[in-house]
Write a protein that binds this ligand. Sequence first.
Ligand SMILES: NC(=O)c1ccc[n+]([C@@H]2O[C@H](COP(=O)([O-])OP(=O)(O)OC[C@H]3O[C@@H](n4cnc5c(N)ncnc54)[C@H](O)[C@@H]3O)[C@@H](O)[C@H]2O)c1
Length: 329
Amino acid sequence: MKGICVGMGRRGRSWYKWAQDAGLEVVGVVDINRSILDASCDEHQIPESMRFESIGDAVKGTGAEVATVCAANPDHAACLTQCLDAGVHVIIEKPMVETPEDARMIDLKAREMGLTVAVAQNYRFSPEMRTIREAILRGEIGEIVSVQVTFHRWRPTQGLYLPLLMNQSIHHFDAIRWILDADPDWCFAKSFNPHWNECDGPTVVEAVYGLSNGVVATYSGSYVTQGKNTSYSGSWRVEGSAGQLTFAGSDKDNPVVLSRRDPEEQMELSLLTGDMAGPAQVCREFLNAIENGKRPPTNSADNIKSLSMCWAADVSSRENRIVNFDEFV
Ligand SMILES: NC(=O)c1ccc[n+]([C@@H]2O[C@H](COP(=O)([O-])OP(=O)(O)OC[C@H]3O[C@@H](n4cnc5c(N)ncnc54)[C@H](O)[C@@H]3O)[C@@H](O)[C@H]2O)c1
């Protein structure tokens, strides 16, 4: 399948390789910034004939059927609109878009045009999340009661909208839904920016979610920790009627551990590793789905449910109330 890679900035340069690893025949690359376009193309030895400064020109000039998009968050809605108008299926970096209005607009537009929008929620495809999901599906810890995820790092957030929620928590929320095969029902949250830091906020989120299968998920996240970092994956605990799954984070080869109280046992689970990097895997799922006329697992409608966990935390905190998810669907 022929495709173009849009956005050749810091992460976009890697997308050029991930898209090829996933099986895409990359026939064009696009960046509205000529110097970034040329610098990244020179680095990858991409010929002049494959370089474009607009999505429309690239699709016209190459006959591409799909696009990968790796632009900065505020540019996502415009890039998606341009791709759909040009008639191509798209996989875009997270967050799909920043607002519920844009999410609904893009999802509707894609459906009306018979095109697919998918989101590169690569954390879902990490060996640890796949291992936890499979263990839950096998019934290793029985009926699930609760999930706890903690994430604490220092990251300056100047200029970002809902920085922690939109840049980091979106991965964790999407993974919570994925491992449990459940959607959020309600949320109560406090999301704020501690007065002593100069970052744009909210940088801290403390949230509780009720999920459609009765599980309660608690989330504790911070971009302004003054102490020890967790890994980007966060630290996980899943409690069930027959045991517990824990994972302390992906930075130190931490294992996924299954433990039971009675009879007492503790074992490290073998990780379900993939054959390529997470973004390439999520791109391959997208391409397979397009080729087989199916919806990819991280399609726009599905992603709105993960994004809603971000928006709900924000609304709940600002309005000091429990937020019901039918407000966002
Ligand atoms: N999944 C992950 O773990 C992960 C990690 C890091 C970043 N990201 C995401 O990657 C995205 C990009 O981040 P970055 O640091 O590479 O950004 P960046 O600012 O370095 O690069 C974005 C590029 O997109 C180009 N661009 C903007 N609008 C365009 C358009 N209409 N057509 C063509 N090109 C356009 C810009 O000129 C720029 O070169 C962000 O959305 C971020 O959230 C995801």
